[in-house]
Unconditional design. Structure first.
Length: 237
């Protein structure tokens, strides 16, 4: 299995009186546009935007237009305030993964409100190079048009059959070396100085984050845990 793109969202808890959202680590390749990063952001919109209230949906459309044009974004938006620091916030992560059975999306749904994930997808577009932002934002708009659960037809809907075929063929794979893949899975710096204790420490932390007993969502939890175990095995062998 290989992670093609990931979006990390930091957010206030659903019951918090003040609603906040921040971006964490972003791995959103957009070359050639929209790339796997754009595909992931579009899928996040498809997964969460249908759960927005009608008034929030209208405000989301306006926010997307402003981000696409590089405008200054006033706060708060959609009842949430964007901030840089992550103090007091919880983390959720959404990923696009290439595995033996093809491409799949993993969404953490237990901690974040739908609006928080959808907002993060839009704000992440501001980090996309300006010359590719329109292409990526077009994918997000298609995501908003998606009706129903995320299914096999979503990828073709978001990026078209030709780009979808390249994605499925592995043309955008970024880590064919299993050691590089394993380092990425365990969120370790690519270095020959990594010691077994560093691998074990990162493995234990990520297993805890991925396990439903510690508040993680059940969607994709088993695959994520198996992926972490395989990465540890590769690095310790």
């Amino acid at each position: 299995m290989m992670i093609l793109a990931s979006l990390e969202v930091w957010h206030s808890r659903p019951i918090a009186p003040t609603r906040r959202v921040a971006l964490g680590e972003l791995d959103l390749p957009t070359e050639p546009a929209p790339g796997p990063g754009g595909l992931l952001l579009g899928a996040v919109m498809a997964r969460f935007s249908n759960d927005l209230d009608r008034d929030l949906h209208v405000e989301m459309v306006e926010l997307m237009r402003e981000v696409e044009r590089g405008m200054k974004i006033g706060q708060p938006r959609m009842r949430h305030r964007l901030q840089a620091d992550r103090v007091g916030l919880s983390r959720s992560r959404h990923r696009l993964i290439s595995g033996p059975d093809g491409l799949r999306f993993e969404f953490e749904t237990a901690k974040a409100l739908p609006a928080q994930s959808a907002l993060a997808a839009v704000y992440a577009c501001a980090a996309v190079p300006f010359d590719r932002r329109r292409d990526v934002m077009s994918v997000l708009r298609r995501g908003m048009d998606w009706v129903g659960p995320v299914g096999p037809g979503l990828i073709d809907h978001l990026v078209g059959a030709e780009v979808a075929m390249r994605l499925r063929s592995g043309a955008f794979s970024t880590a064919s070396d299993p050691l590089i893949w394993a380092m990425g899975v365990l969120e370790l710096e690519s270095s020959s100085d990594v010691e077994p204790k560093d691998i074990q420490r990162s493995y234990r932390r990520l297993i805890r984050d991925a396990h439903p007993d510690h508040g993680a969502g059940t969607d994709g939890a088993a695959d994520r845990i198996a992926e972490l175990a395989r990465a540890r095995e590769i690095l310790l062998s």
